[in-house]
Design a protein around this ligand. Structure first.
Ligand code: AMP
Length: 422
């Protein structure tokens, strides 16, 4: 089966092509046809199986011919990170549809959300708490809603969202299509299924089948904000074992200590360790005493740890080969894995090469509530020493640094901001 046989509108197929998908994944093959017919679907599938597109495509197909400015679909997801990912998928697959999607979650102020809601959107991707705030304040209405999706429903129940979900469901039309996805089917999910789904078609991907390969994502960021971005990313991402790569052993050591201070059981591998220490570190990572291992390419050579959920390139490698080698450590065998890379402007060339070799554009992600504008403060939270500096730009940097120092002394931070905006 390919995407053509799903009878999607050309503007939606264009989105599928833009993302480089050629064949539907098993969950997509099973869930999309009944969903397109308007049936309720219960999908038992985890992240990495392509479940997002399994509900995004039917939603786009259903709403593309509908009048604009009315909320036709609501997706409820447990976390902001997941809401952002789903929203990104709506934007990417719907790039030719002009359908507008809006993420709604807490931790950011209500006012811009209310403004965006007023300006008219067709799709909402929301976390339960903030959505209820809007419902209670009357700033969102679902009288035209046609499709409701509960994504990662089992996780939402684990997080205690059941009362919120029940409350939300009371505010959406009873005549609607409902799609629900969960990785597991505990009893409370079965109960919820009976409450919200009507004669659902149940589809399941064999949990032992190779789910999806590795999910690659790039996080563009300025060098000095890498550590903060990483910490934020870890806060919002469900991870098991994480292997982080840095360019130098010094950076591996520094980052390891920083993560340890932030509460992540972390070990780092660098050349200064004795063979015994090295083995102890690897053993600790393998048996789960350390969740995070920070290493350089050389130090990580030969490590074979199954169950690595995430490989994170804190520093991008210099070559495509090194990239493939690094990320080959996640998503092994039946497991799925994520490969996140923090990329700076200097990494553009290597990113282009990697995309060329993989034959696909890598997804760029942006954390919504992260301050990307924060300037670098000399001598303070300025990333780590040892950042890539060509001999050519070093004198320039030293000049700027001294310039900043002078300004800060004489004018405080104001001077620094003025200097940066010049
Ligand atoms: P998900 O399970 O929805 O988080 O998707 C996991 C990853 O698989 C994402 O990076 C998707 O972009 C990718 N993906 C989804 N469907 C397909 C497909 N049919 N072909 C290739 N990649 C896909």
């Amino acid at each position: 089966m390919n995407f053509d046989s799903l009878d999607l509108f050309p503007q939606i197929l264009a989105g599928v092509q833009a993302l480089g998908y050629s064949t539907p994944t098993p969950i997509q093959r099973q869930a999309i046809p009944p969903a397109l017919k308007g049936q309720d679907v219960l999908g038992i599938a985890q992240t990495g199986t392509g479940k997002t597109a399994a509900f995004v495509l039917p939603i786009l197909q259903r709403l593309v011919k509908r009048p604009r400015g009315r909320i036709g679909a609501l997706v409820i997801a447990p976390t902001r990170e997941l809401s952002d990912q789903i929203r990104t998928t709506f934007q990417a697959l719907g790039c030719q549809t002009r359908l507008r999607s809006l993420p709604i979650y807490g931790g950011v102020s209500m006012a811009p959300q209310v403004r965006d809601l007023r300006s008219g959107v067709e799709i909402i991707v929301a976390c339960p708490g903030r959505l209820l705030d809007h419902i209670r304040q009357g700033t969102i209405r679902f009288s035209n809603l046609e499709i409701l999706v509960l994504d990662e429903a089992d996780r939402m129940l684990d997080m205690g969202f059941l009362p919120d979900i029940r409350e939300i469901v009371k505010h959406v039309p009873t005549v609607r299509q409902t799609l629900m996805f969960a990785a597991t089917m505990p009893d409370d999910i079965r109960t919820l299924t009976r409450e919200v789904l009507r004669a659902p078609i149940t589809v399941q991907v064999d949990p032992t089948a190779p789910a999806a390969t590795v999910t690659h994502a790039l996080y563009p960021v300025d060098s000095h904000l890498k550590t903060d971005l990483l910490l934020q990313l870890l806060r919002y991402t469900e991870t098991a074992s994480i292997l982080i790569f840095t360019r130098t052993k010094h950076r591996a050591q520094r980052l390891g200590k920083r993560l340890e201070r932030a509460g992540y059981p972390t070990t780092s591998l660098q050349g200064n360790l004795s063979q015994n220490q090295r083995q102890a570190a690897i053993r600790g990572f393998r048996n789960g005493s350390y969740r995070v291992l920070v290493a350089t390419d050389i130090a990580a050579r030969g490590i074979d740890v199954s169950r690595i959920s995430h490989v994170i390139n804190y520093d991008m490698p210099d070559t495509t080969d090194a990239y493939t080698h690094r990320i080959g450590r996640t998503g092994r065998a039946e497991k799925t894995g994520d490969a996140f890379s923090l990329v700076t402007r200097e990494d553009e060339a290597v990113v282009r090469n990697i995309e060329f070799v993989l034959g696909a554009r890598l997804e760029r992600r942006r954390l919504n509530d992260f301050d990307y504008q924060r300037p670098a403060l000399p001598g303070k939270d300025n990333g780590f020493p040892g950042q890539r500096q060509t001999p050519r730009n070093q004198p320039e940097r030293a000049k700027t640094f001294n310039n900043w120092r002078g300004r800060i002394r004489s004018e405080g931070n104001e001077g620094l901001y003025r200097l940066r905006s010049q």
